[in-house]
Structure formats: structure tokens, C-alpha cells
Design a binder for this molecule. Structure first.
Ligand SMILES: *Cc1c(COP(=O)(O)O)cnc(C)c1O
Length: 374
């Protein structure tokens, strides 16, 4: 049996007619840039997240750097983000003109640790880019308390967390998107809500951030050839928006299916002593962009699964402070012990809505077989 890491073709085939109709509409109306399909999706996505504003942008990386610029990050401002993430979380800080500071993660939730954040705060710290890694919401209540105490802004990197939920102390359960000053999403094809190309969005309830971010993403313009400042060209195009509108209708069902897959893995793998299954904080309902286990013999297990036709991933094999790109900061792996330890043990198993019970049973049986032999 061959099991891919994610099956975009299977998902497309399940909604083929609707997607083709949406694409035809956009082309026949030539609504390619800034047209009605983009506005429609922005509206729908904001509503789905119970937010006031959504700004469609070119990708999830721009969404972060544009949000940082919109909250006023300028040269030399320090911004703290997670030591374990995709490089977009930190790269966008540099792109916005800020200075990257990493904070280590919690060893059970894998999300940024509020205690470690506080250790990194200096008088120059202006913001935190919180990452809801793997679709697991970060500890937002604790992080919001820090933000208040130190007067920091919060950007949520929600690229992996569409429809993840967090139970706030004050307001109960909320979908990820409005727990900070702005929240950023990626619609890269493999994300939980994926376009058929690049795409991203900024979500906010703050009208000033909305206005500035929208202008920044569109050459700083207020009208066609009137520009208040320089921005960039980073827009969600009409074709991607129309495709996303179709897919958004299914996102709740797809998220539910991911949760079922994750629950079944955890049930079936929890008694294997060598494996640590994902820990789920009771204040969260993860979106399960990734299902990540820990095991000492990670490379042996992934090789065995790959030989049996099962694709796996590592997210991510090198913690951000250990990358060559951040050599200039001068960190050693022991400066970020949790993230540095995890990079050698984590393994991502296939998790996507279209994964069948047979496929999942096959994956589980191979993991059990590996541990009987070794
Ligand atoms: C995918 C991803 C991004 C970047 O999104 P793009 O649309 O690829 O630019 C940012 N942060 C995290 C955590 C991601 O997984």
C-alpha cells in the first residue's frame, strides 16, 4: 500500500465540479486581482473566525511581515518567536525590519513557552510572533498576560491552525484568529485550508491594523495612483479566493476528520513504550495540521515506514536557532535545549481528511511491527 503524506488529488476529486465552476466564473468575469471573489472570500473567512476583518495577501509569510509592519515594527525593534517553527515565522520578522529573538518551546505541547518568552523580553522588545505549531494552540492566556504587563503586541502565526480552538479564561472557546492583535494564515496547498497556488490572509479586529495592512499589501495606495507610503505587492488573487470559498464550506468537516484520525492514532499508539504521542492540553482543540510523535529511533522508524510505502515528515529537522541562517546570532544547541532535543526525535505521520481507515490501520500495523522487531 502506498500512502502519501497528504493527498491533494483525492481532495480535489471530491469537489471537482464545484472547483471547476468556480474557476470558470472567475475567468469569464476576468476578476483576477482585487475583484469580487477576493472580497467574498475575505468576508466569509472573517465570519468563519468570528473576526471583524480579513485581508487576503500573497502568502502566509507576507501575512506575518505585513502584520508586523502594520503594528508599527521598525528598525531595531526586537520580536520574539518560537525556536521550533518553519523559518517563515522568524524570516518575516527580519523582513519587517525587526530583530529576531527566539524563545524555547514547551516540551509537551511543542508550542512557545511563556516562561521562556519572559526571559527574552528586553526594553527593546515590541512584539511576539506566537506560532500555533502543528495546529496546536499556544498558551494564549499566559502570553496575553505577558503582553499586557510588558506592553507588547501579539501576532499569531496561524498558518497551521485553521479552525483550531482555544478556551480563554474570559470568553470561553474561540477559534484561533482573534486571540492577539492580528492573526496570519497561509493557504499554501498542503495547509488545512489550501489554495491551488500561494495565498495568505491577515485576520484582525483592529480597524487601524486593517487599514494599514491592507494598504501595505497593495503598494500603500489609497486609490489607484495615490500612494500614502511605499508598500509591497502581495494580494490574494481571484482564482485562489474562489477556490478557497469552495473549500471553506468543507473545512469544519475536514477538521473533524483530522481530529478523528489523530484520536485513533493516539488510541492505538499510546501503549508503545518507545513512542510519545502528542499531548493535548484540555484548553485546546487542535486542528491537526500535523500529527507528530516522538521516538528515540526516529530515523529507523521513518526508514521502515518509507520502505513500506508510507510517507513521513520531520517538522522540523533543524530548530531555527541552529540553522545556518541564524549563525550570526551565535547560539549553541544547548541554548535552546527543548527545541534542539526535539529535532532529533520528532516524526510526522500522515494526517489528512481523506486518509481512509484501511490506510490508517496499515500505518499503525507497521509501527507496531517495527517495535516488535526492535
Ligand atoms: C506554511 C507556514 C508559513 C508560511 O506560509 P506560506 O504561505 O508558505 O508563506 C508560516 N508559518 C508556518 C508555521 C507555516 O507552517
Amino acid at each position: 500500500m502506498n500512502i502519501p503524506f497528504v493527498d491533494l488529488k483525492a481532495q480535489y476529486l471530491s469537489i471537482e465540479n464545484e472547483i471547476q465552476a468556480a474557476i470558470n466564473d472567475v475567468i469569464s468575469e476576468t476578476a483576477f486581482i482585487k475583484g469580487k471573489y477576493t472580497a467574498k472570500f475575505e468576508d466569509e473567512f472573517a465570519k468563519a473566525l468570528n473576526a471583524d476583518y480579513c485581508i487576503g495577501v500573497g502568502n502566509g509569510t507576507d501575512a506575518i511581515s505585513l502584520s508586523l509592519k502594520a503594528i508599527g515594527i521598525t528598525h531595531g525593534d526586537e520580536v520574539i518567536t518560537a525556536a521550533n517553527s518553519f523559518i517563515a515565522s522568524s524570516e518575516s520578522i527580519t523582513n519587517a525590519g525587526g530583530k529576531v529573538q527566539f524563545a524555547d518551546c514547551d516540551k509537551s505541547t511543542y508550542t512557545i513557552d511563556p516562561v521562556k518568552i519572559e526571559e527574552k523580553i528586553t526594553p527593546r522588545t515590541k512584539a511576539i510572533v506566537v506560532v500555533h505549531l502543528y495546529g496546536q494552540p499556544a498558551d494564549m492566556d499566559a502570553i496575553n498576560i505577558l503582553a499586557k504587563r510588558y506592553n507588547l503586541k501579539i501576532i499569531e502565526d496561524s498558518a497551521q491552525a485553521h479552525f483550531a480552538e482555544y478556551k480563554t479564561e474570559l470568553e470561553g472557546w474561540k477559534k484561533i484568529g482573534t486571540l492577539g492583535d492580528a492573526s496570519t494564515f497561509s493557504f499554501f496547498p498542503g495547509k488545512n485550508l489550501g489554495a491551488y497556488g500561494d495565498g495568505g490572509a491577515i485576520i484582525t479586529n483592529n480597524p487601524a491594523i486593517e487599514k494599514t495592512a491592507r494598504m501595505l499589501a497593495n503598494h500603500g495606495r489609497i486609490s489607484k495612483y495615490d500612494h500614502e507610503f511605499e508598500g509591497v505587492n502581495s494580494r490574494l488573487d481571484g482564482l485562489q479566493a474562489a477556490i478557497l470559498s469552495v473549500k471553506l464550506k468543507y473545512l469544519a468537516t475536514w477538521t473533524d476528520k483530522r481530529r478523528k484520525v489523530a484520536a485513533y492514532y493516539s488510541e492505538m499508539l499510546k501503549d508503545i513504550p518507545e513512542i510519545t504521542i502528542p499531548y493535548v492540553n484540555e484548553k485546546t482543540k487542535p486542528a491537526w495540521h500535523l500529527y507528530v510523535i516522538q521516538t528515540k529511533n526516529r530515523d529507523g522508524l521513518s526508514q521502515f515506514l518509507n520502505q513500506n510505502g508510507i510517507a513521513t515528515g520531520i517538522h522540523y529537522p533543524i530548530a531555527l536557532p541552529n540553522l545556518k541562517a541564524y549563525e550570526y546570532l551565535g547560539y549553541k544547541p544547548q541554548d535552546y535545549p527543548v527545541a534542539s532535543n526535539l529535532q532529533n526525535k520528532i516524526l510526522s505521520l500522515p494526517v489528512f481528511p481523506e486518509l481512509t481507515k484501511e490506510q490508517q490501520d496499515f500505518i499503525i500495523s507497521k509501527i507496531l511491527e517495527f517495535h516488535k522487531k526492535n
